[in-house]
Design a protein around this ligand. Structure first.
Ligand code: SF4
Ligand code: SF4
Length: 179
């Protein structure tokens, strides 16, 4: 879930209210919830579960078993704009990409699929927002681009590669959690 909006979700009112310090994710209003997304787009990268016992080819899954690990690649969804790090079809994303995970209050249990830096995951794990979050930087993502939190300029579009070669694209940086 990477947002594209005609208006920034990080309004002056929300920034001033510092709601994330007082409210749990479950208590947030819709605009507050949307503003927690830092727009990194790491969740728009393809991930694979490493399971050495699995013999069948790729199969979608919604859970992870003990001993399995999630491998990240730098392969981005075909709808991702890798400059703005935003979804080019945000309103139609679940229709166009059925695997696109949209975090809601009802599926927070799926948050382990998100990268450790994901701001929803950070709040869920009681880590608070990181200093680079747009809500703490006048609504701007420039610090995130500088620190390499966003995926800007580090993504290959899935349309341009053969997904069977995914092992060539495994990267560790989406698992970095820059404090
Ligand atoms: S990883 Fe989390 S914070 Fe980053 S774009 Fe996805 S949902 Fe938003
Ligand atoms: S459709 Fe693709 S680019 Fe858009 S939010 Fe989902 S994973 Fe990201």
């Amino acid at each position: 879930m990477s947002l594209i909006k005609t208006k920034s979700p990080y309004t002056k009112e929300l920034i001033k209210s510092a709601f994330w310090r007082e409210k749990s994710l479950n208590d947030m209003t819709r605009p507050e919830w949307e503003a927690i997304c830092d727009g990194c787009a790491r969740c728009c990268l393809h991930k694979f579960i490493n399971d050495e016992t699995q013999t069948e080819d790729f199969a979608p899954t919604d859970h992870i078993k003990q001993g399995e690990e999630i491998l990240y690649t730098n392969i981005g969804c075909y709808l991702l704009n890798d400059k703005t790090c935003a979804c080019t079809q945000y309103n139609k994303r679940t229709e166009l990409v059925p695997d696109c995970v949209t975090l809601t209050k009802d599926n927070l249990a799926d948050i382990f699929f998100m990268p450790p830096s994901c701001s929803y995951r950070r709040l869920h794990e009681n880590k608070g927002l990181a200093h680079w979050h747009p809500l703490l930087n006048n609504g701007k993502k420039s610090k995130m681009h500088q620190l390499g939190i966003t995926v800007r300029n580090r993504v290959v579009n899935e349309s341009n590669i053969d997904l069977n070669d995914f092992e060539d694209y495994i990267v560790a940086w989406p698992l970095d959690s820059i404090e």
